[in-house]
Design a protein around this ligand. Structure first.
Ligand code: SF4
Length: 388
């Protein structure tokens, strides 16, 4: 399925069981149009924006700057919805994973990773994923649908609810950064992701700066430039292999957008400089992509791209076909890349005990039987056929 088809597919009706429209995820213009449609003034949209995105209100009754009849009228027509939290798991390292259920019963996961000086929320863009990166648990799940802008945004808003961060606390936020690295390929759902991120970045609301937002792609080349021009957020590229031969296998999207095209799109990404580099994600797979020769080839591949490389020790999941590289192999690889002038930190796995680490997200936990393994292989074969 093409990127544009993805963007249009699987729309979810934005009306709740009482027939009330959800206001979360509407642009400012759309919000104004809604106000006019129920006979209220345009400026009510600005007031609503403040209550919804700065104060985190989920109930019109608390909007005390609005007269009671206005609040009641709004409540008759609209909702400020949140997904249902099905599971709230906390790792021994402080990482939290929320399994969220959307109004149609579909589930996604988002993960909060606290660090000393910041906190990062890993946000999902799709239920499942059309791609089949071999090291990724989400890739074994069938794509069910794209998330709409409200569902992407709601993950951020719900995390703020859970972290008690409405309005922003004065002494630094627990939720300061966002990475679009959860379930799904964000550039296959670009319109919804862009709409949600523009609201997240709006200075009168959630107000997280584009410098603190990173969008991670497996390499959807045609959408990369647009993402840079329109959103200007940081870009991360899941690279994971330095030859087409290997990347075709572990990241089948490479058959459609091979390394030469991908690296050209990286060089063209708007706004790159030494202060603003692309992050290349590189999962370390034992005996697959972790030799010194691979490290040297990586350095050559990156020529001309302001880059930083995140080395990710592979995080296993039930039935995974790979093993994590040894610490020694990771260190040798990292030193070679680092000595060539590229920062190459090794990412400490976070939340492994709750299956929240990179590549481990999947909306149900699995202990695979042979039949289930066969079913997953079938899904992978079907999805790969679409990329052929
Ligand atoms: S790594 Fe990302 S793009 Fe690849 S299968 Fe997993 S969720 Fe999809």
């Amino acid at each position: 399925m093409s990127a544009s088809n993805h963007a249009n597919a699987f729309a979810l009706p934005a009306v709740d069981a009482d027939g009330r429209k959800n206001l979360v995820g509407l642009s400012r213009d759309e919000l104004e149009a809604e106000m006019l449609s129920i006979g209220l003034e345009k400026f009510r949209a600005r007031q609503l924006w403040h209550w919804i995105y700065h104060r985190g209100a989920t109930d019109f009754a608390v909007m005390t700057t609005l007269a009671k009849p206005v609040r009641e009228k709004m409540a008759d027509h609209y909702a400020i919805a949140r997904p249902t939290v099905v599971k709230d798991l906390k790792s021994t390292d402080g990482t939290r994973k929320w399994l969220l259920r959307m109004p149609d019963g579909q589930e996604v996961e988002s993960v909060h990773i606290p660090e000393e000086d910041r906190g990062t929320l890993c946000v999902s863009s799709q239920v499942g994923c059309t791609l089949t990166c071999r090291f990724c648990h989400t890739g074994t799940q069938r794509l069910v649908r794209n998330l709409d802008a409200s569902e992407i945004l709601a993950q951020v808003m719900l995390a703020r609810d859970m972290l008690d961060e409405w309005p922003a606390p004065p002494d630094g936020r627990m939720l300061s950064n966002i990475v679009m690295m959860g379930m799904g390929e964000p550039l296959f759902n670009y319109e919804n992701v862009a709409k949600a991120l523009k609201i997240v970045m709006d200075g009168d609301g959630i107000s997280i700066s584009k410098r603190r937002i990173t969008l991670s792609t497996s390499g959807v080349v045609p959408a990369m430039r647009r993402c840079g021009e329109e959103l200007n957020v940081n870009l991360a590229v899941s690279l994971h292999a330095v030859t087409d031969e290997l990347r075709d296998i572990i990241m089948p999207i490479n058959r459609k957008y091979p390394l030469r095209d991908l690296m050209a799109a990286c060089r063209d990404y708007p706004g790159l400089s030494n202060a603003r580099r692309i992050t290349f994600e590189y999962v370390m797979l034992k005996g697959i992509n972790d030799t010194p020769a691979d490290a040297r080839a990586l350095v050559k591949l990156l020529e001309g791209v302001p880059a930083k490389i995140n080395l990710i020790p592979f995080n296993p999941w039930p039935g995974a076909p790979y093993e994590r590289s040894t610490d020694r192999a990771i260190q040798v690889f990292g030193d070679l890349v680092n000595n060539a002038g590229y920062a190459s930190p090794v990412r400490t796995p976070r939340g492994e005990d709750i299956m929240a680490a990179c590549g481990q997200l999947r909306s149900e936990s699995l202990r695979l039987t042979a039949a289930e393994r066969a079913a997953i292989d079938k899904v992978i074969a079907e999805k790969d056929a679409e990329l052929a």
